[in-house]
Design a binder for this molecule. Structure first.
Ligand SMILES: [Cu+2]
Length: 163
């Protein structure tokens, strides 16, 4: 009796299922596959935004200054930025593997030209003129502590921390 049962069990292969069951199985597999594909392709999330204004004040000289996206609805998931001294030359906190968009606008009242560089990520913008803006898009591919700076003004530099 036991032997016979085992033989019957072994006959439950995919080919032995009814067409309806096969369609259901294939449908479930496709759904699971699509869900996994979605999860994997969206793992890194959409590009996050950091906003930096380039400005000048007699006290601090030329500087990058935080433009908090927190007050703009839907933009709260921006790259982490923090800075002491009124947000001057803030530290950028980025995540390895996450696409980032760093938005810069030159609002320097002296109308000087500025640029933005991070050597380790091969980021080198052209000079950005007064009231021009530029978006730097990149995905940090290594973690560590790096420096961003403007080539034209040595005081314009800050820290990028990628974790
Ligand atoms: Cu500069």
């Amino acid at each position: 009796m036991n032997k016979r049962k085992k033989q019957n069990d072994s006959q439950y292969t995919f080919a032995s299922y009814s067409l309806r069951t096969k369609i259901i199985i294939v449908g479930v597999l496709i759904s699971v596959g699509l869900l996994l594909f979605h999860a994997v392709t969206h793992f890194s999330g959409p590009a996050r935004n950091a906003f930096l204004k380039i400005t000048y004040s007699p006290q601090s000289g030329y500087a990058f200054v935080i433009q908090s996206p927190g007050s703009v609805k839907g933009m709260k998931s921006g790259a982490g930025i923090s800075g002491s001294h009124s947000g001057i030359n803030p530290t950028l906190y980025l995540n390895k593997g996450f696409p980032e968009a760093i938005h810069m606008i030159n609002e320097d009242p002296t109308h000087s030209k500025h640029n933005f560089n991070v050597d380790e990520f091969n980021i080198h913008t052209n000079d950005i003129g007064y009231f021009q803006s530029q978006i730097v898009n990149f995905t940090p591919d290594k973690s560590g502590t790096f420096t961003y700076y403007c080539k034209n003004h040595p005081e314009m530099k800050g820290t990028v921390i990628v974790t």
